[in-house]
Design a protein around this ligand. Structure first.
Ligand code: MF3
Ligand code: CO
Length: 249
């Protein structure tokens, strides 16, 4: 069932989103060659807790960290590790979630470490833009598949692979709520969008083919063909008019 949030719930989710936007800003500023992915996680957890929030991901289905840190061909859910060092030219996807007074916000960004290749930068930019292409359709009266189709059409126009095995989701008092939000077109038009619905829309885009594989840690998702992958996610609110992006400042 897809829930419609009350004004009170929306206000709490706005605050969760504002805080998460700040967490991402602070993390982006801190990223440097030589940092380990565990350093990123520790800093992220510290920032989240300093805002009085709880990291949503910590211990979620056994996930051992607060920030998913996924490097280069890692798509999502990379597990922070003190031996995994970020190097100039890497791209790193940071996915974070916070709980504020019982309400979640979920957002992801991909950043370059130092100078990166033009190809890597283009993948990052197109992935981010595919989110914005999708949310042009995130309006009351449209259907969920309008968002999915717009994301796919845009990303594929650059020859990129749109990951099929992972999707976005509803969000609220739980990290994952109904509905699933695919980044690729469905045969069905999906639910009718209504004001008060809150969604985490999160395109995961590969420079090569869309196929992915799971590593032996049972978390880290990698591209099958070894190509780079990028991720961009925000928590949004469906309104009577334009969608409100809760996890951007
Ligand atoms: N943004 C991811 C998602 O929505 C984060 C979940 S990672 C986990 O699924 F570690 F919490 F599982
Ligand atoms: Co998510």
């Amino acid at each position: 069932m897809v829930s419609i949030k009350s004004e009170r719930e929306i206000e709490l989710m706005r605050e969760a989103g504002r805080i998460l936007a700040r967490v991402h800003e602070e993390l982006e500023k801190a990223l440097k060659p030589g940092m380990s992915t565990l350093d990123v996680d520790k800093l992220g957890e510290h920032i989240i807790r300093s805002f009085g929030c709880i990291p949503s991901f910590k211990n979620y289905n056994g996930y051992p960290a607060s920030i998913c840190v996924s490097v280069n061909d890692e798509v999502v859910h990379g597990i922070p590790n003190k031996h995994r060092i970020l190097r100039e030219g890497d791209i790193v996807s940071l996915d974070a979630g916070v709980i504020y007074k019982g309400y979640h916000s979920d957002a992801a960004r991909t950043h370059g470490i130092g100078e990166i290749s033009p190809e890597a930068q283009k993948l990052i930019d197109v992935t981010k833009q595919s989110f914005f292409e999708g949310i042009k359709f995130a309006k009351a009266g449209n259907h969920l598949n309008d968002i999915s189709t717009a994301i796919q059409t845009y990303a594929e126009s650059f020859g990129y692979g749109v990951v099929r095995d992972l999707v976005g989701h509803g969000i609220g008092s739980h990290l994952h709520e109904d509905p699933e939000v695919p980044n690729f077109s469905q045969k069905r038009k999906g639910i009718l969008l209504r004001p008060g619905m809150t969604l985490a829309i999160e395109p995961m885009i590969n420079a090569g083919r869309y196929d992915v594989a799971w590593m032996d840690d049972d978390w880290t998702v990698v591209t099958d063909d070894g190509s780079l992958s990028a991720h961009y996610e925000n928590t949004i609110l469906i309104t009577e008019g334009e969608p409100e992006i809760l996890s951007l400042v």
